[in-house]
Design a protein around this ligand. Structure first.
Ligand SMILES: C[S@@+](CC[C@H](N)C(=O)[O-])C[C@H]1O[C@@H](n2cnc3c(N)ncnc32)[C@H](O)[C@@H]1O
Length: 94
């Protein structure tokens, strides 16, 4: 993992979301991807995640940190407060 960031209340988030293998989840404040990684691990082998963040640099970091889950995650640079529909344009996966 590239950026050292300790995801807060991680266990509480996983319990609250009641993650199920194969489930579909959204992390609307992805940051470096700490909670996202835990959601992807807990929803293996086929759970899918939409990662949203308003900060393109944070998304780039999360993309690198979540590279080993590339087939199960999508990244969208957007503000979750915005009422505009999320852009369909996917952030490219390197
Ligand atoms: C504390 S960090 C999240 C850390 C992340 N959960 C982790 O474990 O690495 C908060 C992130 O939320 C993003 N953010 C804050 N408000 C937002 C909004 N309204 N829409 C989208 N992203 C937002 C910030 O850009 C920042 O990257």
């Amino acid at each position: 993992m590239e950026v050292e960031h300790t995801p807060v209340l991680l266990q509480e988030v996983l319990e609250g979301l009641q993650i199920k293998p194969g489930g579909l989840y959204i992390d609307a404040t992805t940051g470096a991807g700490g909670h996202s990684r835990a959601i992807l691990q807990a929803s293996a082998p086929s759970g899918r995640l939409l990662c949203i963040d308003a900060d393109p640099l944070a998304l780039e970091t999360a993309q690198r940190n979540l590279a080993d889950f590339a087939t199960r995650v999508r990244f969208v640079c957007a503000n979750f407060l915005s009422s505009k529909p999320l852009p369909h344009k996917r952030v490219s996966r390197r």
